[in-house]
Design a protein around this ligand. Structure first.
Ligand code: NAD
Ligand code: ZN
Length: 359
């Protein structure tokens, strides 16, 4: 399917009430609406959250604000049940619109609440982490975790608008910001060689969070994800699998390290290095690809190795992973910067060698 909703990428225009500000873009995007329900991470209540509500106060909309505690534990069945009831308490009806303000946790939780409350309310995503700006707010996946696993309950629910303001990043801790850069670099490797070159030339300015290169990096990342998702909106053709570059290894790193030890993007960085090592040793790409990827990830301040990697534990996790078809190890592997292929039947000893190379 084609993406019909706008992704607005701004710098410092959120709190404004005039046509450059959030409220007028919001009304343009959603049309008929009487009531806005802002669902926000408490961590950004005084920054991004208050700028959104400040802008909306210039509109005729009735406004409700619901606070969500920070962290992955809010993506739970308990919290969504409470959220549905809080939405009911605001007297939400089908003309209400949910505005998710926060990182991927809020986007997934509030997005799933929007998808399900009274069989579906319109949704606007206002991502405030780099990861949410370049990944979770685009593509239409929403959901919550079960005790038995992450993202096991959810739905595809497209937003009416994604509003990105690079100013929101000013309060984001350095480690969270750098972690988000792993997904940015991933898009360059998997399907946009020109973007990879742009990142090589501008990584220092992006690390300084300079508005112009940061906005370009976010825009190119969103375009890249939207292109891949448009080819495979409901994960049926397999094209969407290329977004999992580095992720089969990363999930094994996260799982064996224990969730919470490493940030997701840190594990993805190590996972991309393992995947590139694997591709080189299988003869699918030359070593120069690995060297360029290594240099860019290092310049971004991302980890390249994990000294505690346990080869057997990691392979055991990967054999259980949903990205493994019928017990055979399957990976997204680059053949050149800007192109990857899904490769099946990879021998376990080659996988083990790639893990050892990043230890
Ligand atoms: P997050 O939402 O937990 O945010 C990370 C931390 O940053 C939190 O402590 C949060 O309170 C804080 N924070 C958010 N914005 C801030 C700001 N501007 N300034 C200061 N602190 C701020 O995590 P995340 O990394 O944004 O997202 C991870 C989640 O996204 C996971 O649950 C993952 O499953 C999900 N995800 C979903 C998709 C999808 O397609 N739906 C894709 C990737 C990831
Ligand atoms: Zn990821």
């Amino acid at each position: 399917g084609d993406r019909a909703y706008p992704i607005a990428i701004k710098s410092g225009e959120t709190g404004l009430a005039d046509p450059s500000g959030f409220a007028s873009h919001f009304l343009d995007a959603v049309g008929d609406c009487t009531h806005a329900i802002v669902v926000q991470d408490v961590a950004i209540a005084d920054s991004a959250g208050s700028m959104i509500t400040q802008s909306l106060k210039s509109s005729p909309l009735r406004l409700s604000v619901i606070q969500i505690a920070s962290g992955e534990t809010s993506k739970s069945t308990d919290r969504i049940a409470q959220l549905w009831n809080e939405m009911l308490d605001t007297a939400a009806d089908r003309r209400s619109v949910v505005i998710a303000v926060g990182g991927g946790v809020i986007g997934d939780l509030a997005g799933f609440a929007a998808a399900t409350f009274t069989r579906g309310l319109r949704l606007v995503q206002v991502p405030t982490t780099l990861l949410a700006m370049v990944d979770s707010s685009v593509g239409g996946k929403t959901g919550i975790n079960l005790p038995g696993g992450k993202n096991l309950v959810g739905s595809f629910w497209q937003p009416h608008m994604v509003w990105i303001d690079t100013d929101f990043l000013s309060t984001l801790p350095e480690r969270e910001y750098i972690s988000g850069l792993a997904e940015v670099i991933k898009y360059g490797v998997i399907e946009d060689a020109d973007f990879f070159e742009y990142l090589e030339a501008n990584i220092a300015a992006i690390l300084q969070r300079e508005p112009e290169p940061t906005r370009t990096a976010i825009a190119k990342s969103c375009e890249s994800k939207a292109r891949v998702v448009a080819d495979d909106e409901r994960e049926t053709t397999g094209r969407r699998a290329i977004l999992n570059y580095g992720h089969t290894f990363a999930h094994a790193v996260e799982s064996t390290a224990g969730y919470g030890v490493m940030l997701h993007g840190e594990a993805v960085s190590i996972g991309m290095q393992m995947a590139a090592e694997l591709s080189v040793s299988l003869g699918r790409c030359d070593r120069e690809l690995l060297e360029r990827q290594t240099a860019l990830l290092a310049a971004a301040g991302l980890p390249l190795t994990w000294e505690d990697a346990d080869v057997n534990d990691m392979i055991a996790v990967m054999a259980r992973d949903k990205k493994v078809a019928h017990g055979k190890l399957r990976f997204v592997l680059p053949d050149r910067i800007g192109n990857v292929e899904l490769v099946g039947d990879v021998p376990a000893d080659e996988v083990a060698a790639a893990i050892r190379a990043c230890r």
